[in-house]
Design a protein around this ligand. Structure first.
Ligand code: GLC
Length: 422
C-alpha cells in the first residue's frame, strides 16, 4: 500500500460521492421496504434484500440495512430491528430468514431450513449481529430513549439462546450448515461437505438430517454430523456482546473480550497469518476467504494480529486487495472465481465482492488505525456503485455488477463514506 495516497483530492471526491450515495441509498431502501401485518396481526416493517430474489427478511442483511437506515431515517432503522426481534421465538432463537408474507413455497421446501412446512422462519441462524446493530441504532435514537432498554432485554434473551444452544466450552459458537455463515457456498467447507455442499442436490440431505435432529447443534455434534466453528459468525457474536455492553448489560464487555481471546487461541493460524474455520474433525481448514479477515472489525483483537491480517492478507494485491475489494475468496485460492459460478443455481461467495465484506473490513481498518486504507476502500466502493449501481455482488477484477440489481445491503457503502469523511 503506497503511503500518502489519501490525498486531499480523494477527500473531495469522497464528499461528492457521499452526496450521490445518500440519494441512491435512500432510493433502494425505500424501494425494497415493506410494511404490513401478518394474518395473526403482528405488524412488520422491514427492508427486503431484493424485491425479486429475496422478498423475505434476512437476519444479517437486516442488521446492515438498519446501520444504513440510521443515517437516513432512524425511525426506519428502529423498525427494522424491532421487526427482527419480533421474529424471536420464546426460546430466544431468531431465524436466518423470516417469512412475513407467508410460508416457504412447497417447491423450495426440501432445501429450506425449516422445521415444518408452515414455519414462520428458518430454524438456522446467520452471523448474529443484532446486538451490535441495536447499539448503533440506539446511539442514533435520542428521540426514543426506551429503545436502548428494550434492546438490552431482547438482545440478551437472543444471546442467551445462542449461548445455551451453540456455545462450546471456550465460548465460541458453532454452526450446523455452511449457509449459517451467510456465505452459502464458500469453498471453506467443500471438503467437509463433499456432495452435500451448497447448493448441490445433496445439500437437501444435510438439511434433512438437521431437520431430523430438530436443528439441534449439540445433537449434530454428538452424532458426528456436519458442524464447524467459523470466524465470521464468531465476529458477529463478539460484536454483539460489545453492543450489549453499550446497551448497559454488565456482562457484555467481559463476554466480548472472552470471545476474542478464544478466537485468537483457536482459529488464528500464526504460520499462515490468517483466521481459519475449524471443521467437524476439530482441525482448522486452511482456505483463505474473507471470513478470516472479519475479526479485524473487533477492536479487542491484539495489535500484532491485526497488523499481520491487514498487511499480509487484506492489503496484499495478489490476495484480497484487488481493484474492487474485498473478494469473498482470496485470489490465490485455486477455487477463486471472480465471476458467477454454478448452473442452474449459482454457487455464491467463491470470489466476487459482496457488500457485506465492506462494512466489516472498513470498520477493521478504522479501529486498527489504518484510516488511509479505510478511506481508499470507501472511495472504491462508492465509485463502484456510481458506475454499476446497487448490485448484489461484483467482479473484484473488472467491477462488473452481478446478481440482483437493487440490492439493499449494498447501500451500506453510505456508512463507509460517512464514517470515513468525518
Ligand atoms: C444470499 C447470501 C446471504 C444473504 C442472502 C440475502 O443467500 O449468501 O448471505 O443473506 O443472499 O441477501
Amino acid at each position: 500500500m503506497p503511503p500518502g495516497y489519501a490525498s486531499r483530492g480523494m477527500a473531495d471526491d469522497l464528499r461528492t460521492l457521499r452526496f450521490a450515495l445518500r440519494t441512491s441509498a435512500r432510493a433502494v431502501l425505500e424501494r425494497n421496504h415493506r410494511h404490513g401485518r401478518t394474518a395473526a396481526g403482528v405488524e412488520f416493517s422491514y427492508t427486503r434484500p431484493d424485491n425479486e430474489k429475496y422478498p423475505d427478511q434476512f437476519y444479517w442483511d437486516s442488521c446492515l440495512i438498519a446501520l444504513t437506515w440510521r443515517h437516513l431515517d432512524p425511525v426506519r432503522a428502529r423498525e427494522e430491528l424491532r421487526t427482527l426481534a419480533a421474529a424471536m421465538e420464546p426460546s430466544g432463537r431468531i431465524g436466518h430468514t423470516i417469512f412475513w408474507s407467508g410460508p416457504v413455497r412447497l417447491s423450495r421446501l426440501p432445501a429450506y431450513n425449516v422445521a415444518r412446512r408452515r414455519a414462520p422462519a428458518t430454524a438456522t441462524i446467520q452471523p448474529p449481529l443484532l446486538g451490535w446493530a441495536w447499539a448503533e441504532v440506539a446511539n442514533a435514537s435520542p428521540d426514543d430513549p426506551g429503545f436502548r432498554e428494550e434492546g438490552r432485554e431482547l438482545v440478551r434473551r437472543h444471546m442467551d439462546w445462542l449461548d445455551q444452544a451453540r456455545a462450546e466450552a471456550d465460548g465460541l459458537i458453532g454452526i450446523l450448515q455452511p449457509d449459517e455463515t451467510g456465505l452459502d457456498a464458500t469453498p471453506t467447507y467443500d471438503a467437509a461437505l463433499g456432495w452435500r455442499a451448497h447448493p448441490y442436490p445433496g445439500f437437501a440431505h444435510l438439511v434433512h438430517e438437521n431437520r431430523r435432529r430438530g436443528f439441534d447443534y449439540r445433537r449434530a455434534r454428538a452424532e458426528g454430523g456436519f458442524t464447524a466453528v467459523d470466524p465470521l459468525v464468531n465476529t458477529g457474536w463478539a460484536l454483539s456482546w460489545s453492543g450489549l455492553a453499550r446497551l448497559g448489560d454488565p456482562d457484555g464487555a467481559a463476554r466480548a473480550a472472552a470471545v476474542v481471546a478464544a478466537l485468537e487461541a483457536r482459529l488464528w493460524d500464526p504460520e499462515r497469518e490468517m483466521f481459519f474455520a475449524e471443521g467437524p474433525d476439530g482441525a482448522r481448514i486452511p482456505i483463505s476467504t474473507w471470513a478470516g479477515l472479519a475479526p479485524l472489525a473487533l477492536p479487542e483483537l491484539s495489535a500484532p494480529i491485526a497488523a499481520r491480517l491487514i498487511d499480509a492478507q487484506l492489503l496484499d494485491r495478489s490476495r484480497f486487495w484487488l481493484p474492487w475489494p474485498v473478494p469473498s475468496t482470496s485470489a490465490e485460492e485455486p477455487t477463486f472465481r471472480p465471476g458467477d459460478v454454478g448452473w442452474p443455481i449459482r454457487r455464491y461467495w467463491r470470489g466476487p465482492t459482496w457488500p457485506f465484506t465492506w462494512w466489516f473490513v472498513h470498520r477493521g481498518l478504522r479501529v486498527h488505525g489504518r484510516e488511509d486504507a479505510a478511506r481508499e476502500l470507501a472511495l472504491r466502493t462508492a465509485r463502484l456503485i456510481d458506475r454499476e449501481g446497487m448490485r448484489e455482488y461484483y467482479n473484484p477484477l473488472t467491477g462488473q455488477g452481478l446478481g440482483g440489481t437493487n440490492f439493499a445491503v449494498t447501500a451500506v457503502a453510505l456508512d463507509l463514506v460517512i464514517t470515513s469523511a468525518d
